[in-house]
Design a protein around this ligand. Structure first.
Ligand code: DC
Length: 248
């Protein structure tokens, strides 16, 4: 399926889409989860789509540079993201061809190849229709790298969350250790830096803040403060008649 053209998209109302982009482990998913909860919106973490394709590739032994096979995997995979079915720390469920892969998607093997896989234009375009369908379906907080620049450039609110690589690695390492992971902080930092380079240097949809995105550096902020700041930005948004888009 080819993505809808810009003309078709412009007729769809995306004012109640909140795009949250930024580098790995800037706190996007946690913040987006809490924000979606407060606003009564859906949460859609698009990184899970790329991770699901990476996992499918590992399982079917498709090489991370075989873009044709990867695009086929991305097109054929039935990926569903839905509210959490278990209380084990997950923010949402991810199903790949009916199987619950929420935690396997976080394996270091997936993390090691996902940036490479996400760099292939045919993979990205195969995952675009699903993302745009969700964006058109209603109030949603969408998390990714290119939501405000490519997927939903007319989103009602665009935020670019950032933090230093050291702070992001520290957070990710803490989270992994809590789940029983044995990776060292140094390894997590190295992986974070490699992913940053991969995500921001690719030709297609590189990690970049949209010109009209609001940048928030989260280094010295608590999660609650970040959520409160974005919530107040959302609550201040009004439609053409002056009515709030996100009434309290
Ligand atoms: O957010 P994350 O770490 O789960 O993302 C996994 C990978 O997918 C990461 O390398 C960036 C990539 N990604 C992307 O290229 N575009 C998106 N909209 C979301 C994620």
């Amino acid at each position: 399926m080819s993505p809808p053209d810009d003309g078709a998209r412009s007729t769809i109302d995306h004012r109640r889409v909140i795009a949250i982009d930024g580098p790995a482990a800037a706190g996007k998913s946690t913040v987006a989860h809490m924000l979606a909860d407060r606003l009564g919106a859906m949460l859609f973490d698009t990184g899970a789509l790329y991770r699901a394709v990476a996992l499918a590739a590992l399982r079917s032994q498709v090489a991370p540079d075989d873009h044709q096979s990867l695009a086929r995997l991305a097109r054929d995979a039935r990926i569903v993201i839905q509210p959490p079915s278990q209380r084990d720390g997950r923010l949402y469920d991810v199903r790949l061809n009916e199987e619950d892969v929420t935690w396997p998607l976080r394996d270091p093997e997936v993390g090691a190849i996902v940036s490479k896989i996400a760099a292939h234009p045919p993979v990205r375009s195969a995952l675009l229709p699903l993302q745009r369908r969700i964006a058109s379906d209603g109030p949603v907080v969408m998390v990714g790298r290119d939501i405000g620049t490519v997927v939903v450039p007319d989103a009602g609110l665009k935020v670019y969350l950032d933090a230093t690589p050291e702070e992001r690695a520290r957070r990710r390492h803490q989270e992994a250790t809590r789940r029983g992971g044995i990776e060292s902080y140094e390894d997590v930092l190295r992986e974070t830096q490699i992913r940053d380079i991969g995500d921001s240097s690719r030709d297609t949809a590189p990690l970049r803040a949209a010109p009209d995105a609001i940048r928030i550096n989260t280094d010295d902020m608590t999660i609650d403060n970040v959520v409160a700041e974005i919530e107040s930005l959302a609550r201040a948004r009004v439609d053409a008649t002056g009515a709030p888009l996100w009434p309290s």
